[in-house]
Design a protein around this ligand. Structure first.
Ligand code: FES
Length: 551
């Protein structure tokens, strides 16, 4: 019997039993199984808006399977609402706070099992990190993507709105069209509708073996069968507890490499690099950032999903979702199908052929792109590595003069003002995990570059990160970061920067001696963290090349 059952036994526990009576729970039922339901609902974003209802469905599934459900909530931060603002600093910080919250509640009320309901970007890795720390049986249910909007005869998502801002600034889109697009792009609740970070991580959850039920995470949030999927997640958590399936037994090197392959094959977000490194760290698995490059190089794009491909998340679900992606990867020998999942079935047993080869390739089909959805670049500008997404970039080589900006706002203003020219390499520094703090996403800048028609001729290099909706030749996660004295801090306006994907190189065209002389000069003064929580985070966060985990 676990500690959770001991909290109600004996005369001295009468006060605790009083509180159970107050909630309508018969203390005798605390003999188990007791299932914690961690919801990441907040009313501040559409992404997680359905989760209160889903939590009740999960609870119904737990009850129906003979368990006692105990619901609790965490915080969450919307990336889209905060993008391009100081509030975006809170996004990555929230990953740690959510993981800590789940860990803390589960430590206070040691459950037999956990169901984590996740949606918006950081909530997904946070839940997996918490499960890895706690190592109690658990499952992760993704609440699901939004449907696409419809505008001028085509499906659209919030990515189109971001890029429309740049088109509007360039005078190529009217006020009326911008307002019209903004009204229809996001027709209801759910995560952003492309293979952006939230949905990328929902794919990863399944390939890590923790998704429940397998393939249901990418079912749209408003789908009529989502409630049934949630009840299934509740029942599966109890089943996993009965079988003694613990997260760390699933979260091994094989599962992480399967997840990396799935992210690459779906043209997923570069944020997955950061998050999977952090999950590996929490699970005690040795995983190096260069493995993303090796797996990315051999993994073709097998699902044509926006922003690099043609289709939205709703189409991915219609085409068969992660079971179809698993089948396509297995056919090419790119994942290990013997990997177990929380369901008790292997990945290979859960794979199923695509229902639409336009979205996920069918047996014998050619990939949508031959390989290399993301790459890790190194060089004198990124000795610890940097990450570039290739699924949304058409160029493999760029050489140009640096346009240096300390912080995102200055770069965004320059792009919108037409102060960035073809061939330039926009350098945004001071946005790393500690320097930001919080490693903001640069979607406002990258979308403005694309919107101004510079996507094919301008590159960007930053110690910040990118939204999954970013496309173009954009290099992020540059480590070590500028605020900690990384070489990015010593780049000067007009310095030549080389991005060479084939050579996996990110190089600054100055000599080692010159770079050392610049480093020996006075250190730049970076702004102080804007509040106590950010100061605590900045003091405890590690390098992006190791997942930006806190210690
Ligand atoms: Fe929440 Fe996109 S901002 S999923």
């Amino acid at each position: 019997m676990s500690d959770v059952h001991n909290i109600v036994g004996g005369p001295e526990r009468a006060p605790a039993r009083s509180h159970l009576h107050a909630m309508g729970i018969d203390p005798a039922r605390m003999g188990g199984p007791v299932v914690g339901i961690a919801s990441t609902w907040t009313g501040t974003m559409p992404c997680n808006l359905t989760q209160r209802d889903l939590a009740r469905e999960v609870a119904a599934g737990v009850e129906a399977a003979g368990g006692v459900p105990l619901e609790f909530n965490t915080i969450a931060v919307s990336d889209n609402l905060t993008m391009g603002t100081p509030g975006m600093r809170a996004s990555l910080v929230s990953r740690e706070v959510i993981a800590d919250s789940i860990e803390l509640v589960a430590s206070a009320h040691p459950f037999d099992a956990l169901v984590c309901i996740v949606g918006c970007d950081k909530t997904v890795p946070a839940a997996i990190m918490a499960l890895a720390r706690l190592d109690i049986p658990g499952v992760v249910l993704a609440s699901g993507p939004k449907l696409g909007g419809r505008w001028h005869g085509r499906d659209v998502s919030v990515q189109d709105v971001w890029e429309a801002v740049g088109e509007h600034a360039a005078g190529r889109l009217s006020d009326e069209d911008l307002a019209g697009l903004e009204r229809v792009a996001c027709p209801g609740a759910g995560t952003c509708a492309g293979q952006f970070t939230a949905n990328t991580m929902a794919v990863a959850v399944d390939f890590l073996g923790l998704g429940a039920p397998f393939g249901a995470g990418l079912m749209p949030a408003v789908h009529g069968r989502k409630g049934a999927a949630a009840r299934g997640a509740g029942a599966l958590a109890i089943d996993a507890a009965a079988r003694g399936v613990r997260p760390r037994a699933l979260l091994d090197g094989r599962a992480l490499r399967n997840a990396i392959a799935a992210v690459a094959a779906s043209g997923g977000s570069t944020n997955a690099v950061l998050h999977l490194l952090a999950i590996a760290d929490e699970a005690g698995v040795a995983l190096d950032i260069d493995e993303f490059d090796a797996i990315g190089a051999r993994t073709p794009v097998l699902a044509s999903l926006k922003p690099g491909g043609a289709w939205l998340a709703q189409d991915f679900h219609r085409a068969g979702s992660t079971p179809a992606l698993a089948a396509a990867l297995l056919e090419r020998g790119l994942i290990d199908g013997d990997a177990p999942t929380v369901s008790g079935r292997t990945l290979a047993e859960l794979a199923a052929p695509t229902r639409d080869p336009q979205v996920v390739v069918g047996p014998g089909d050619a990939p949508f792109k031959p390989g290399g959805a993301l790459a890790v670049l190194r060089g004198n500008l990124a000795p610890e590595g940097s990450v570039v997404k290739l699924a949304g970039a058409e160029r493999a080589l760029h050489r140009g003069p640096a346009r240096v900006f300390d912080g995102e706002a200055a770069a965004h203003a320059a792009v919108l003002a037409g102060d960035v020219a073809e061939g330039d390499v926009v350098v945004i520094r001071g946005e790393g995990p500690a320097g930001g703090p919080g490693m903001r996403e640069m979607l406002a800048v990258t979308a403005a570059i694309v919107g101004r028609g510079l996507g094919a001729s301008v590159a960007l290099v930053t110690d910040g990160r990118f939204s999954g909706a970013t496309r173009g030749l954009m290099v992020g996660h540059v480590a070590p970061e500028a605020a900690l004295g990384g070489p990015l801090a010593h780049v000067r306006e007009g310095d030549e920067i080389l991005i060479d994907i084939a050579a996996r190189a990110l190089s600054l065209g100055v000599s080692d001696e010159e770079l050392a002389a610049r480093a020996a000069g006075p250190a730049a003064a970076w702004p102080a963290p804007p509040g106590r929580v950010f100061a605590k985070y900045a003091a405890s966060v590690g390098s992006a090349s190791r997942g930006a985990v806190t210690r």
